[in-house]
Design a binder for this molecule. Structure first.
Ligand code: FAD
Ligand code: NAD
Length: 507
């Protein structure tokens, strides 16, 4: 085995590149139980679990560094920036509480170094772990070239042939542009937005999902004047209505200008480095909702979703079936329509989160190893958005629960968040709704089927909710769980007591 990469502070992408290349195994081996295409959360979780189970595994990654979108261009760098800029929000709140503090600006060199250190620590650690589990890493562009055959085109221009008992597709996704508006150094996707030397001063963001809302919060906290243009009346519009309306209101309270019912119409720019005039218009002029305006802006962020990396012709030639959105069709264990080809993560239909890909990878590896695992429970995957305040949910909204034939007597319990001491102290608003029902296979037992939350630390709080919802804990038992006082987690405890007909610290 090559020497393990030490987790060096400030490790550069170039150093990482050398590391991936160095693991193009000195070993001549080209035959594996699994060849995995892509080293993001889907690919690496499959590799780690399969190797743990004694299977021989190769991961092919075209990037210089392992970790995919999540570690290099997604979860980790956004949360590094969020960690840094949320301290500005805290300092502003602290001033209202008598703590004298001044915000003297941002040292962008240091902030960008912190972001890169965060990425390097995670990718370096992952690299070491893959090596420790004896996973073969190969840098290059992979393609299925025949049954059980993968061809890798390396950066040096050479080609390598691998044979595999099983092939796992984990090729991820890329940002979708607005029609007629290609990405550039001023029209940004999330990759470009993460690589700015400094934050834009007057950004206009199109989109209402996690990327749009997280960048809006990061930039607004840092003092940018953010305009968020959304097509519906609220952000995260596929979520529970109360939750998404609460978050929309809170973003407005933070100072973000949220333009509802509107969409991009045109962009004027003298040259590629000049400021732009961006215009938007009502989505449905006849409805009377939405507005038209033109804004001067130094950056436009387009965050309208991502397109799966499934357009290469070798995929369908290998017999892998795609749906109308270009997503790979899989069964609950990750099998595609082609024999011994599996797929997971952002190229499959469902929630596109790293933690879903982790569990899919574990299930695929264990199934290949013959362990017969339970399939991923798609209905209880927690969703989280690291905005200010955070939003998180698991299970069903009241409306979604009412639409299910296997759930009866659906009830919603709303907890008044300002009854919680820590919520009051935080200076942030929020909402919590708990959905309970009786499942048709256990008609006499009321269970918690959904929790929808806006609060500081919502992304942490949802982990407990996932235990309750995912394990179908009867409400009567869940309401006996004791929550430490005074904590944000008591919001869930109090809501459970209220749903159980025993409200404590409220009427
Ligand atoms: C800005 C942003 C923030 C996010 N934040 C979060 C978060 O906080 N929490 C969360 O859970 N999720 C978050 N996500 C989503 C998360 O990043 C994805 O769900 C996750 O990365 C999907 O993993 P994956 O393995 O399917 O694909 P990816 O992580 O995209 O990895 C795919 C890999 O495959 C490689 N590849 C593709 N084709 C080939 C080929 N032919 N040959 C070789 N290699 C190939 C790519 O280079 C890439 O490295 C975020 C996403 C974005 C964009
Ligand atoms: N905290 C997290 O876990 C996290 C953070 C960032 C991203 N992600 C994941 O990354 C993926 C990409 O995020 P995203 O926010 O780009 O996508 P998304 O699919 O979550 O949201 C896209 C938004 O754009 C809107 N939209 C679609 N087409 C539009 C158009 N033509 N004009 C205006 N608006 C339009 C949609 O209504 C939706 O609100 C998602 O799967 C998300 O779950 C997760």
């Amino acid at each position: 085995m090559p020497l393990a990469l030490p987790m060096i502070e400030g490790m550069t992408a170039q150093a990482s590149e050398q590391t991936i290349s160095s693991t193009q195994h000195d070993q001549a081996e080209s035959s594996f139980d699994l060849v995995i295409i892509g080293s993001g959360p889907g690919g690496y979780s499959t590799a780690l679990r399969a190797a743990q189970l004694g299977l021989s595994v190769a991961v092919v990654e075209r990037d210089a560094v392992v970790g995919g979108t999540c570690l290099n261009r997604g979860c980790i760098p956004t949360k590094a920036l969020m960690t840094a800029t949320s301290t500005i929000t805290q300092a502003a709140h602290a001033r209202q509480l008598g703590i004298q503090s001044t915000f003297e600006g941002i040292d962008f060199d240091r902030l960008n170094a912190f972001k890169q250190e965060s990425i390097d620590a995670m990718t370096g650690g992952l690299h070491q772990l893959l090596q420790a589990r004896k996973v073969t890493l190969i840098q290059g562009q992979a393609a299925i070239s025949g049954p059980g055959q993968v061809t890798v085109e390396t950066l040096a221009g050479s080609s390598r042939q691998l044979s595999a008992r099983h092939i796992v597709l984990a090729t991820g996704a890329r940002s979708t542009p607005l029609a007629g508006l290609p990405f550039s150094n001023r029209v940004l996707d999330s990759d470009r937005a993460l690589n700015l030397e400094r934050f834009p001063q007057r950004p206009v963001i199109f989109g209402a999902g996690a990327v749009a809302v997280e960048f809006a919060s990061i930039w607004q906290a840092a003092g940018s004047q953010v305009t968020l243009v959304i097509r519906k009346d609220r952000v995260l519009s596929s979520w529970d209505r109360r939750t998404s309306l609460t978050l929309t209101r809170e973003l407005g309270k933070q100072g973000i200008s949220v333009v509802t019912g509107s969409q991009f119409s045109s962009l004027e720019q003298a040259d590629e480095n000049a400021d732009m005039k961006v215009s938007y218009e009502p989505v449905d002029a006849a409805s009377g909702r939405g507005s038209s305006a033109s804004l001067e802006t130094d950056a436009v962020l387009v965050a309208i979703g991502r397109s799966p990396n499934t357009d290469a012709s070798w995929l369908t030639q290998a017999g892998v079936e795609l749906d109308a959105h270009g997503l790979v069709t899989i069964d609950p264990w990750g099998r595609t329509s082609a024999d011994r080809i599996w797929a997971l993560g952002d190229i499959t239909a469902g929630y596109h989160f790293a933690h879903r890909a982790f569990e899919q990878g574990i299930v695929i590896a264990e199934t290949i190893a013959g362990l017969n695992p339970q399939p991923v429970n798609e209905a209880t995957i927690p969703q989280v958005v690291f905005s200010t305040p955070q939003a998180a949910c698991v299970g069903y909204s009241k409306q979604a629960a009412q639409e299910r034939e296997d759930l009866n007597q659906v009830q919603e319990t709303v907890y008044p968040m300002l009854s919680n001491a820590r919520m009051r102290m935080s200076g942030q608003g929020g909402s919590l709704s708990l959905v309970t029902a009786c499942a048709s296979d256990q008609p006499d037992t009321r269970i918690v089927v959904g929790v929808n939350l806006v609060a500081p630390e919502a992304a942490e709080l949802i982990a407990e909710a996932e235990q309750i919802v995912g394990n179908r804990l009867p409400l009567s038992q869940a309401a006996r769980l004791i929550h430490p006082h005074p904590t944000f987690s008591e919001t869930l405890g109090e809501a459970l007591l209220k749903a159980d007909g025993r409200p404590l610290n409220m009427r």
